[in-house]
Ligand binder design. Structure first.
Ligand SMILES: [Zn+2]
Length: 404
């Protein structure tokens, strides 16, 4: 898509740096890049590669320079190890500190992410403090901070910014309602919600914003890479092109798709990270568009969800954004899962109000508009996320929407 010729000197430096690791040293050519095609001829790095060579095989700096260790949340197989140097952490902190939400002294930022081994909570924590904001670390996977305590902290400390996974923000709103609170009224100092950790579709952004009555800012990244894109003050997601080169490849992972088309995101570090990524296949489907933004940048990223979560129904592809678009038209839309049918999609959605029901005309309209039969089961509250589980309604790993 883009002309990356100007990045070749920086990429050459990163490749020379990467050859210092056992993994990259044995698979990267020793010649310098002359053309962009030389770069795209390099092999893709996969998550399997990272797993196989963890914990030490991808480190490219002397051991004494390593300052922080993380592991990816491994649902299957061996975890992926990620090490950061002081330089890496400063780079990430400095980038995140420019988040469009405008964190500053006087803010009280409640960080509701998993802290153990995961990266994002620590990155936001450091960036907020870098801007002088006060941080309230409220780990999402410990009994020390169940949702009831999060509500208590948000109220008594007059939290101004809630940083969390978007689905967790929905859970916090629900927990507030269960406690007799109105999330739009009873957190009067709350001014913004900062999301990370899962793709934020336009409808999820709208849902979270409407529950709390405040703007919602997005951030995109993963443990292996650190943050990769972030909302500006206009709430548009811009890639961190000073820290990473992004390619968007077709389904065969051979060529870049045209601008504005959806493809598979491949990232390469542009700076000498302790564990640099060289043509790392992220597993996420994205769309890059060159739409001018009032902030001055012109490159907007849509993160459409994991490639493995795409449902293909009679040749028609449904990704998280489109699935969420369908749910957004239902009377209940907070908590849902979807599974494939031979000719369509079957949603299970937790009922929000007793009177909610799905009209046949709505199902017919959804089927017509999305090109697949749509079935919806409105299930009782708690059918998907157990409200008796105090920590996070029982969600102890990443949100799951697509089921078998
Ligand atoms: Zn912008």
């Amino acid at each position: 898509m883009a002309d990356y010729q100007e990045h070749l000197p920086a990429l050459d430096r990163v490749l020379a740096h990467a050859r210092g690791s056992a993994f990259y040293g044995s698979r990267l050519p020793r010649t310098s890049l002359r053309t962009w095609n030389d770069f795209t001829a390099l092999p893709l790095t996969t998550r399997v590669d990272l797993r196989r060579h963890s914990p030490h095989g991808l480190i490219c700096v002397p051991g004494r320079e390593l300052l922080q260790y993380h592991e990816s949340s491994a649902t299957t197989g061996e975890p992926v190890s990620v090490w950061y140097s002081a330089r890496d952490l400063a780079e990430i902190r400095g980038g995140l500190a420019r988040w469009g939400v405008g964190l500053s002294a006087g803010d009280r930022v409640l960080v509701r992410f998993p802290y153990a081994l995961s990266t994002i909570g620590h990155c936001i924590h450091a960036a907020a403090q870098h801007r002088g904001a006060c941080v309230i670390p409220a780990d999402s996977r410990t009994t020390i901070t169940p949702l009831s305590r999060v509500l208590e902290l948000m109220r008594k400390l007059e939290v101004t910014v809630l940083a969390t996974i978007s689905l967790t923000a929905v859970m916090i709103a629900e927990a507030a309602e269960m406690a007799g609170l109105d999330p739009r009224r009873d957190f009067p100092r709350l001014r913004a919600i900062c999301c990370a950790g899962e793709p934020l579709s336009p409808h999820r952004r709208e849902l979270v914003g409407s529950l709390f009555g405040v703007p919602v800012y997005d951030n995109y990244g993963m443990t292996e890479t650190g943050p990769l894109a972030m909302d500006c003050a206009e709430r548009r997601l811009h890639p961190w092109l000073d820290q990473v080169v992004m390619e968007v490849l077709d389904d065969r992972l051979e060529r870049e798709v045209a601008a504005g088309e959806i493809g598979h995101l491949v990232v390469t570090s542009l700076t000498p990270r302790a564990v640099p990524m060289i043509r790392y296949l992220t597993g996420d489907r994205v769309r890059r568009s060159e739409a001018p933004c009032p902030c001055g940048r012109g490159d907007v990223l849509e993160v459409r969800g994991r490639a493995e979560d795409v449902l293909s129904i009679q040749g028609r592809v449904f990704d998280l954004w489109e699935l969420d678009a369908i749910v957004s038209r239902l009377p209940s839309r907070r908590f849902w899962t979807v599974s494939p049918l031979p000719d369509g999609l079957r949603f299970v959605v937790e009922r929000e109000r007793d009177e909610d029901h799905v009209e046949p005309a709505l199902l017919a309209a959804l089927t017509r508009d999305h090109g697949a039969a749509v079935q919806v089961e409105l299930a009782p509250k708690g059918a998907l996320y157990d409200r008796r589980e105090p920590v996070s309604f029982g969600m102890m790993s990443k949100p799951v929407y697509v089921t078998a």
